[in-house]
Design a protein around this ligand. Structure first.
Ligand code: SAM
Length: 256
């Protein structure tokens, strides 16, 4: 009996076989299978485009960094598309499974927990392997939307005509060298930081930066405790040391 795709159980071993039995979505308007790289909210569930919602609804399968996390978004918008996990620890065989699904002509969406997939997030290797395997026989379509670094820059008041994005700084080796580079750079420098290391990062900025350099910390963007705080490195460190409750959450740091 032909199963409805949404009723299929999705796991790495069974997915390729199950998909053989299901019908294929047709949203790309061409014959090629399509991988949509879909940006999702970085906090506020309203920050998702109409196109992203349509694609998430219409694809055959959504590849998620964490399926439980993405299900909050999907259930908010009443999207019943099946999901499968694809994350940083996924084995290489998972990529083969995904490639098999695409070979069957299925359309997939790749999302991460927040923001734009592949930007300090999993998916780069997957996209590279898919491009290598299919060449021109696949469409890889970006569906733009939120990204924390662009969101932070937009509210910082700092020129982003030219900037260098460092992603997450290394925890040990090379970390101090990067702070030295940040302190002498002519360009705006942007990096991601976590709760655990924000004070450490701001302390290093205080040690290395000149007094005329501006530091902006954008915290919990689009969420209840959103804050964009700017000043010189000394002032910014003092602000967060004096308000330990503000050291929780997610951070983008910008230095100019
Ligand atoms: N792919 C995501 C993007 O496009 O922004 C980034 C994912 S990366 C694993 C997560 C980091 O992004 C967090 O540790 C934080 O530095 C930054 N970030 C994500 N959401 C944020 C938010 N709402 N406010 C501030 N920073 C955020």
């Amino acid at each position: 009996m032909r199963k409805k795709f949404s009723e299929l159980k999705i796991d790495a071993a069974s997915t390729a076989k199950d998909l053989e039995d299901s019908s294929t979505s047709s949203i790309s308007g061409n014959e090629k299978p399509t991988l949509y790289v879909v940006a999702t909210p970085i906090g506020n569930l309203e920050d998702v485009t109409l196109r992203a919602l349509r694609i998430l609804k219409d694809v055959d399968l959504i590849l998620c960094e964490d399926t439980r996390h993405t299900k909050a978004l999907l259930s908010h918008y009443e999207i019943g598309t099946p999901t499968m996990s694809y994350h940083a620890q996924s084995k290489l065989s998972k990529i083969d499974t995904i490639i098999d699904i695409l070979k069957k002509g299925k359309n997939l969406a790749l999302v991460s927990d927040a923001g734009t997939p592949t930007i300090s997030d999993p998916g780069v290797l997957l996209v590279a392997k898919i491009r290598e395997t299919f060449g021109d026989d696949i469409s890889v379509v970006p569906i733009p939307g939120p990204s924390a670094l662009i969101t932070a820059l937009s509210a910082s008041g700092i020129s982003s005509a030219e900037f260098t994005f460092l992603g997450f700084l290394p925890h040990k080796k090379g970390r101090e060298t990067l702070f030295k580079e940040i302190s002498i750079s002519e360009r705006t420098m942007v990096f991601y930081e976590s709760t655990h290391r924000i004070i450490k990062a701001l302390t290093s900025l205080k040690e290395h930066c000149r007094g005329d350099q501006v530091v902006v910390v954008a915290r919990e963007l689009t969420k209840m405790f959103e804050e964009v705080f700017s000043g010189n490195a000394t002032d910014v460190l003092a602000h967060f040391e004096n308000n330990p409750e503000k050291c929780r959450g997610e951070f983008v740091v910008i230095v100019r």
